[in-house]
Design a protein around this ligand. Structure first.
Ligand code: PHE
Length: 444
């Protein structure tokens, strides 16, 4: 394994990990989840879950990767043996499931950049719901954009760790934060934005149910990229001298800041134009174009916004692809380039039915869910929480002393929080995940 690559710098690693975490989950999903789950109440519960055990799980995955310098399957095989590699296999599979719907939404953002730039979305009196509905239902255009997006992702991952993934993240992530701050400033200075700020920050607990907690937990896993071995794989390319706990904290802070800012941009803008914040997944593609059409210089701001989404999606998609590539390369000594192309073609093929489930194949459902909804549900509500649960149990109960030793860089870093971390992995995370999943299923 002497040829295994490493990150070129600590900054590069942090940008790549933050690039993975900050994605459609933060800018597309988080604001609409917050909008339809009572605003500030959802925000508070979400923050509680991130601090309560999201952060601990993020560090757990990173230390598994850095210690073993392996992919998810190899890491669990090396440390746990027995049936534990199954957790790694689950992660590899989850990557295919997530990418199949992720590239569809990412493709929409590429299309909307184009539609915004040509002015097709800024004529007065347009019905944005119908425009979006017709676009996603069409059998060709969204599929082509999903393919373009998959090809871009593939191209970056073929480039490898430092010359592909790291190089792009180092440019794209700072750009993302600059765009995000410009858009937040624009939204907050719109007349009438204050009502939206109040909705976002003042919690209304009357809308909170077991489902709200379940949504917040799946949102936290998805947003922090935990539960499928992405952060494990990224950690495996990190040198053993880096301060991993501080890097983990930085990544979690950046991810949470990005989600918070995305909400602070979108929700006040929606309120300023008297629109409904609980439009669900269409919030970004239906409600926001209406906002851009009504504001001065809306078209350039609109292009900037969809570019922000596309960047966020791209840096995440590469991190969803990487674990399966690492697995194929490490465990089966297959060539990186060829495997990346093959895996991308498979993901694209799985994305076609996901895209068509908004149109031609919308009648094809399993348990009332279209292919797109099914993939989203399986990944976010089952596979990621179960993967996170197993990772917490593994480290908490079987590998906690060694994990702490590695996290302290062989005793060189003080870690006063270590007993708390073990406690969270042993009890808080597993019981919290199980309790929330059961409560939500029993209700259905
Ligand atoms: N965190 C990414 C987002 O918020 C999605 C993701 C999930 C990436 C799982 C990697 C692994 O969009």
């Amino acid at each position: 394994m002497s040829t295994r690559e490493n990150w070129g710098s600590r900054f590069g690693f942090i940008m790549a990990a933050a690039g993975s975490a900050i994605g459609l989950g933060n800018i597309w999903r988080f604001p609409y989840m917050t909008g339809s789950n009572g605003g500030g109440a959802f925000l508070l519960i979400y923050l509680g879950i991130v601090i309560g055990f999201g952060l601990s799980l993020l560090m757990a995955e990173m230390v598994l990767g850095r210690t073993t310098q392996k992919n998810p399957v190899g890491a669990f095989r090396a440390l746990g043996g027995g049936a534990w590699p199954a957790v790694g296999y689950l992660g590899v599979l989850t990557g295919f499931v997530i990418l199949s719907f992720y590239i569809v939404v990412a493709g929409w953002t590429l299309a909307y950049i184009a539609h915004m730039a040509t002015g097709a979305l800024s004529a007065p009196g347009l019905d944005y719901g119908k425009i979006f509905g017709d676009f996603v239902a069409s059998p060709v255009e969204p599929v082509v954009y999903a393919g373009v997006f998959m090809a871009l992702t593939c191209w970056i991952v073929v480039g490898g760790i430092s010359k592909g993934i790291e190089r792009w993240n180092k440019v794209l992530m700072p750009a993302l934060f600059v765009i995000l701050l410009i858009l937040v400033a624009r939204a907050l200075t719109l007349p009438g934005a204050a009502k939206g700020v109040a909705f976002y920050l003042v919690p209304d607990f009357s809308k909170v149910t077991a489902q709200t907690f379940y949504d917040a937990i799946s949102q936290a896993f998805f947003s922090l990229s935990i539960g499928m071995g992405t952060m494990l794989t990224y950690g495996s390319y990190l040198s053993k001298d880096e301060n991993l706990p501080s890097a983990t904290l930085t990544v979690a802070l950046l991810d949470t800041a990005a989600a918070f800012l995305a909400g602070l941009m979108i929700i006040p803008a929606v309120f300023a134009f008297g629109l409904n914040p609980s439009a669900g997944p269409g919030l970004t593609f239906i409600t926001l174009p209406a906002v851009f059409a009504a504001m001065p210089l809306g078209a350039p701001f609109g292009v900037l916004f969809f570019a922000l989404l596309a960047i966020a999606a791209l840096t995440s998609a590469i991190s969803i692809l990487e674990p399966m590539i690492a697995y194929l390369v490490d465990e089966h000594s297959l060539p990186r380039r060829g495997m990346t192309i093959v895996a991308s073609v498979v993901c694209f093929a799985l994305g076609i039915p996901a895209s068509l489930s908004f149109g031609a194949w919308s009648g094809f459902t399993v348990g009332g869910k279209t292919w797109f909804d099914l993939m989203d549900f399986m990944a976010n509500n089952l596979m990621l929480p179960v993967g996170g649960l197993c990772t917490a149990l593994f480290i908490g109960w079987f590998w906690s002393r060694e994990a702490r030793h590695h996290l302290s860089n062989e005793g060189r870093l003080a870690q006063p929080w270590a007993p708390l971390w073990t406690f969270v992995l042993r009890f808080v995370a597993p019981l919290g995940i199980l309790w929330i999943m059961l409560a939500a299923f029993l209700k259905d």
